[in-house]
Ligand binder design. Structure first.
Ligand SMILES: CC(=O)N[C@@H]1[C@@H](OP(=O)(O)OP(=O)(O)OC[C@H]2O[C@@H](n3ccc(=O)[nH]c3=O)[C@H](O)[C@@H]2O)O[C@H](CO)[C@@H](O)[C@@H]1O
Length: 382
């Protein structure tokens, strides 16, 4: 069974790493990892943290390029790659342009697509953009859909365009988190007695007014002497510029370069409170028992909203400050959000995904691999 994972960004590296590790221990699976180059340094840092071997780096990412340009470059690169490596299945993760471009290109070549983290839906194509559109379109062309939760499965079952086989597996991000936390055990952070408020912010739709609102809220929260606000910046220049302009030099706020994953896990684990518009952090924070306020107006993670570990606050400064102040000053409110929960699994998602892929390979795989360019589209495997 030749399995080719094509990934491009920091979160994809984190979430594919457990699959690469588990595949290496399965003699029946020949797993190759290809990086599109969408995130350059970030991806390399993550690959190093997990000891990932990248078999090919397509180096297609260019500073400032549009998502359409990247998608076209991926579409142009994939046929030669597929002809050379002859995978039985292309595996993509999540909702990035790399995942979307690779899945669509593979589908056009008649190849089987496996989607890790299928079925997440905010039910608003504009929020987050372009991720929600990417999810819908990747799921429509996928042969195997690895839904992290029963809710994600139900989302997929409600969409007539989805014809692949659905498996509920948990999220490989939790596999990565528990793996890395095990390696980082014993390294608690010292924060000088102040409570650590960890912030990340990079969603495209928050650039501009959203980031301005978030920064205003952080300026106000930083007046409290009992908190230390730490914000590792995303490398996206439009995100960095807005935040640096608003927050550079403010006492109690530390703007950092992106953290490598082991350091990030220690930061999250040691944080009192997290404010974030990241998808991955909404999954990680519940498993660590750290309350997270979501800097968005919606979420495709209803499970963590239901367990009470995360809450939506959007980007309005008054609303963010009120919610954060409540958690900082009201121990009962804090305790209610700080109970660890595992709605995204307990760290065995990668093994479940590979079990399903091996089953598929034994049952449905098309006859002997032909050059990808000569294949006909796979029939529905539902
Ligand atoms: C709309 C949406 O929700 N889309 C998501 C999006 O990703 P995201 O929003 O989760 O992306 P980020 O926030 O960049 O990454 C998060 C990871 O990075 C770690 N981290 C963070 C800062 C740092 O300084 N050092 C680090 O190590 C952090 O702990 C976490 O593991 O794409 C994914 C891939 O397809 C999807 O899964 C996913 O739905």
């Amino acid at each position: 069974m030749r399995l080719l994972s094509v990934v491009g960004t920091r979160p994809e590296a984190i979430k594919i790493a457990p699959i690469a590790r588990a595949a290496a221990a399965r003699p029946a699976i020949d797993h190759r990892l290809v990086a599109t180059g969408q995130h350059r340094e970030l991806f390399d840092d993550m690959a190093a943290a997990f000891g990932l071997t990248v078999d090919r780096n397509l180096a297609l990412g260019e500073t400032g390029q549009t998502i359409e340009a990247l998608e076209q470059r991926i579409a142009a690169a994939l046929p030669a790659l597929a002809d050379e490596l002859r995978p039985d299945m292309i595996l993509v993760q999540g909702d990035t342009t790399s995942a979307w471009g690779s899945a669509l290109a593979a589908h056009r070549l008649g190849m089987a697509v496996g989607h890790v983290e299928a079925g997440l839906r905010s039910h608003d194509l504009a929020l987050p953009f372009p991720e929600e559109r990417n999810r819908v379109e990747i799921d429509a062309v996928s042969t195997l859909l690895f839904a992290p939760t029963a809710t994600a499965r139900a989302n997929l079952e409600a969409e007539p365009a989805v014809t692949g086989r659905i498996h509920v597996t948990g999220n490989t991000g939790i596999d990565a988190l528990l793996w890395m936390r095990g390696m980082a055990a014993g390294h608690r952070l010292h924060d000088g007695g102040r409570r650590l408020v960890l912030v990340t912010c990079h969603r495209r739709e928050n650039i501009g007014a959203g980031i301005a609102g978030i920064c205003e809220a952080l300026r106000r929260l930083a007046r409290r002497p009992d908190v230390r606000i730490v914000l590792p910046l995303h490398p996206n220049p439009s995100v960095r510029a807005g935040i640096r302009e608003a927050l550079a030099g403010i006492a109690n706020i530390e703007l950092l370069d992106p953290l490598d994953y082991p350091t990030m896990v220690r930061m999250m684990d040691g944080a009192h409170l997290i404010l974030s518009d990241s998808g991955g952090l909404q999954e990680e924070a519940p498993a660590l028992g750290v309350p997270l306020l979501v800097l968005r107006d919606n979420s495709e993670r209803p499970e963590a909203l239901a367990t009470g570990n995360i809450a939506l606050v959007g980007t309005d400064p008054d609303r963010i400050v009120a919610a954060a102040t409540r958690l900082l000053d009201n121990p009962a409110a804090y305790a209610a959000m700080a109970v660890p929960a595992y709605p995204y699994g307990r760290g065995d998602a990668a093994e479940r995904i590979l079990d399903a892929i091996e089953d598929w390979a034994a049952t449905f795989r098309p006859r002997a691999s032909q050059p990808a360019s000569g294949r006909s589209p796979p029939a529905s495997q539902a």
